[in-house]
Design a protein around this ligand. Structure first.
Ligand SMILES: NC(=O)c1ccc[n+]([C@@H]2O[C@H](COP(=O)([O-])OP(=O)(O)OC[C@H]3O[C@@H](n4cnc5c(N)ncnc54)[C@H](O)[C@@H]3O)[C@@H](O)[C@H]2O)c1
Length: 325
């Protein structure tokens, strides 16, 4: 059975963030009514400029750890996309209690409020960090998970809560394990994804830095593919499941940096190598066959195609001339 998003009332937590705001725009384009919530810890109101053009969009500033706030918001809601989180791996190493409080207590609050308000479905933004540094590649959903950061531990605990609330209370929950997402609105800060940081360096004509020897590989997933997966997770009638969401194409950090410099015609800039950071994983890429089989998920963006799309958006938004066609 295919579920129609158009008539649904949907809450997006973390709506002012990178992925949440892109998802919000997409849901509104599909005709859904969307209520965004965010405490603006890391999110930005300007990310919601497009969303505010729709009558069917409302935004409330608030914290997912505030149960009464959630109970008010969740009245007559069909679906919740839960993306609000403490999102930085290195920060989680510095502040494990804060990470646990927002990510684990926050998820419990969302689940409890959803249950009390009879919400039908919750789609949870999990992470490839749950796998940790296990040697087996590609990563498959049912393989051993040994996270190596407090962030990864919290994401693993939250997936378990999602599945338990499905089994015990019948809530339709789905966890999507994203692999290194990049694209428009990602912040250029020390704690962001590496592509947004490098783009900032390129704009300022600075050399790029890689933590480690650059041989570590990742499965960089373009935001539009992540949005596709989120829409499918509601449209397809699945529950109690966990899915890898990646491009399924590993690339080393050195090759990625080289590609970015080539696309932006900045090959005069250097790639510098420095000590690896605690909590960083050496190699990771997704086996996406389960998402393909059960959600009909098919990533459409190779790293090159995704970077080109991102750079075009960047040039349009900031009047830069990064990508010359
Ligand atoms: N970006 C990635 O590569 C990636 C990879 C795997 C998983 N994820 C997950 O996807 C989700 C979205 O990530 P993102 O990259 O958009 O990060 P983001 O930091 O841009 O968005 C998270 C949002 O949550 C909000 N938030 C934080 N604490 C809150 C609280 N207590 N109450 C209400 N709002 C709060 C922040 O203000 C922010 O707007 C997160 O759950 C993240 O863990 C992201």
């Amino acid at each position: 059975m295919i579920i129609d998003i158009k008539e649904k009332r949907i809450v997006v937590t973390g709506a002012a963030g990178f992925i949440g705001s892109n998802l919000t725009d997409s849901l509104l384009e599909q005709g859904a009514e969307v209520i965004g919530i965010d405490n603006l810890f890391n999110g930005r109101m300007e990310n919601l400029d497009k969303a505010f053009k729709y009558d069917k969009f409302k935004f409330y500033k608030g914290d997912i750890r505030d149960l009464n706030f959630l109970l008010d918001i969740f009245e007559d809601i069909d679906i919740i996309y839960h993306l609000a989180a403490f999102t930085s791996v290195p920060q989680s190493v510095k502040m494990p209690e804060n990470c646990n409080d927002v990510n684990v207590n926050g998820v419990l609050n969302v689940l409890n409020a959803a249950r009390r308000m009879d919400v039908e479905k919750i789609i949870y933004a999990s992470s490839s960090s749950v796998y940790g540094d296990t040697p087996t590649l590609p990563k498959k959903e049912d393989m051993c998970r040994i996270p190596i950061s407090p962030y990864g531990v919290a994401k693993l605990a939250c997936e378990a809560y999602m599945q338990t609330y499905h089994k015990v209370y019948g809530l339709k929950t789905t966890s999507l394990r994203y692999f290194n997402v990049y694209g428009p609105r990602q912040k250029d800060s020390t704690y962001s994804g590496v592509i947004a940081i490098w783009l900032g360096n390129i704009i300022r004509d600075e050399d790029l830095t890689i933590f480690g020897d650059g041989k570590n590989s990742r499965d960089f997933t373009y935001i539009k593919d992540v949005i596709q997966a989120n829409l499918l997770a509601v449209k397809q009638d699945v529950a109690g499941e966990i899915f890898n969401i990646g491009a399924g194409l590993p690339i080393t950090l050195t090759n990625l940096a080289t590609l970015l410099l080539k696309l932006t015609h900045k090959e005069h800039l250097k790639i510098k190598y420095t000590d690896p950071r605690p909590g960083d994983i050496l190699h990771s890429y997704a086996d996406i066959s389960k998402a393909n089989r059960m959600l009909k998920f098919e990533p459409k963006y190779s790293q090159e195609k995704g970077l080109e799309d991102y750079l075009k958006w960047y040039d349009q938004k900031y009047g830069t001339n990064l990508i010359l066609n």
